[in-house]
Write a protein of this length. Structure first.
Length: 272
């Protein structure tokens, strides 16, 4: 028996990285999964985004846990398409208990990337909650919504480029959405929290472009640049570290936790 037997989780950005880790962690505890990813490239993003093959691999791995999964390609910027994908999952799996609004991009040095990163990382979060909260309210069983932000949503970390500034603005904006939704949905016993990872070993970070951007950020100061390290002696987190926190937040162990910004950051924010 799993802790989440009979539950269904809706996860965006599920084709790889943190999204896949969330899907596998929750499926391993008995939850069925509705998985969504864009599976296309966005022109302002200078590293490869997830593909249809990546989403198919997530499906395979989830099914190997014994859980059911409904996967669709959909763009979080397109509210109608996102809602259609979610409804397909609800129609097949029968309910909706958890939402992990995880989809995001990081075109950090892009000079023309402001709108894309705001549209995906902030408006996409709004669309995700907006299409999911109505069936959750109608279902009447409460639930848990988790918005995936970043340490860049808690501290002033950015470089002077549109993509980087937009990333920080979007991740901070997620906190505002989370706090409002936590109040709006509390009467329905739907909890809303945000998680704030430091650097995580995913394709969004582990690519040539982002590595060079991080190296440049560290070199901006004449004394060797800002201290980008975590407090604990670990350079980078694993996706499973964030997925463990997500599992706790959706579980009954956190049944009275709502409106919280939870750093999963090896002490990065506290060190600032």
């Amino acid at each position: 028996m799993g802790a989440l037997d009979g539950k269904v989780a809706f996860i965006t950005g599920a084709a790889r990285g943190q999204g896949r880790a969330h899907a596998l962690r929750l499926a391993g505890e008995g939850a069925d999964i509705i998985a969504v990813d864009l599976c296309q490239q966005i022109s302002s993003v200078p590293y490869p985004l997830a593909t249809a093959d990546d989403l198919a691999e997530t499906v395979k791995l989830v099914e190997e846990t014994g859980a059911r999964i409904v996967a669709r390609a959909a763009d979080v910027r397109d509210r109608t398409a996102l809602g259609t994908a979610l409804q397909a999952g609800i129609d097949e799996l029968g309910r909706l208990d958890f939402v992990i609004a995880n989809a995001g991009i990081a075109p950090m040095a892009g000079e023309d990337a402001w709108q894309d990163v705001i549209d995906v990382n902030l408006t996409g979060i709004y669309h995700t909650v907006d299409v999911a909260m109505k069936p959750m309210i109608a279902q009447g069983d409460g639930g848990s919504i988790i918005l995936v932000s970043s340490v860049a949503g808690l501290v002033g970390l950015a470089a002077p480029a549109a993509g980087s500034l937009g990333y920080a603005a979007a991740k901070h904006g997620i906190v505002g959405l989370m706090r409002v939704y936590a109040n709006l949905l509390a009467p329905h016993s739907i909890r809303v929290n945000s998680v704030h990872p430091a650097g995580v070993q995913t394709p969004m970070i582990d690519n040539e472009f982002t590595r060079k951007w991080l190296e440049g950020l560290e070199d901006t100061d004449t004394q060797g640049g800002p201290d980008m390290g975590n407090a604990l002696p670990v350079q980078v987190l694993q996706p499973e570290d964030v997925a463990n926190a997500v599992f706790w937040l959706v579980s009954d162990a956190a049944r009275y936790i709502t409106g919280v910004t939870l750093p999963v950051d090896a002490g990065y924010v506290n060190k600032r």
